[in-house]
Design a protein around this ligand. Structure first.
Ligand code: 5GP
Length: 171
């Protein structure tokens, strides 16, 4: 059930606009490709890329982790690969939330094998207290406590992604 609103749609919009400005400045002199990690990041991704100051290439990747319900298992399998060539490009990898960091670590390794010039991570939310591996999140929207959240793309058992606000959820 939904327990408490953690981030309102209004606050999300502000955070996304700020990130859009920061990343637009960072893109100067780069050849950017924005990669969305499906499905959770898709709402954030579409909002964010519309705040960028110029045209960018977009693509999508989907991974899944075995087993767990509200926790990642640490074993990531590739469900859908990107379709654009990222060699020599500056990748901005867009994630919904960074928890242990295990998913990102695997996705970054997979992308780096294609020889991009750079890979930077953009996350709407981060739970720093939960980190198990040392991944650099270059652009973070908001840091939150260790609570399981749904909405604005984030799911529980594939439900709640379409909620405009982000809520704490208790199964
Ligand atoms: P990590 O590999 O960093 O532990 O977990 C990353 C993935 O786990 C996220 O992309 C997301 O799919 C899922 N995840 C982590 N924390 C939450 C959360 O609080 N709510 C939801 N809905 N998913 C989460």
């Amino acid at each position: 059930m939904l327990k408490e609103k953690v981030v309102s749609a209004r606050r999300i919009a502000e955070v996304v606009a700020t990130l859009g400005q920061e990343i637009s400045a960072d893109m100067e002199g780069r050849d950017p490709v924005f990669i969305c990690i499906l499905k959770g990041a898709v709402y954030f991704f579409t909002a964010l890329t519309q705040h960028l100051s110029r045209s960018v290439v977009v693509d999508f990747i989907q991974v899944s982790s075995y087993g767990a319900t509200t926790e990642t298992s640490g074993t990531v399998i590739l469900v859908k690969d990107i379709t654009v060539d990222i060699s020599g490009k500056d990748v901005y990898l867009v994630e919904d939330i960074v928890d242990t960091g295990l998913t990102l670590e695997d996705v970054i390794a997979l992308l780096k094998a294609r020889h991009p010039r750079s890979v930077q991570v953009v996350a709407l939310l981060s739970k720093p207290s939960r980190r198990k591996v040392d991944v650099t999140v270059d652009f973070v929207g908001l840091e939150i406590e260790d609570r399981f959240v749904v909405g604005f793309g984030l799911d529980f058992a594939e439900q709640f992604r379409n909620l405009p606000d982000i809520w704490e959820f208790a199964p």
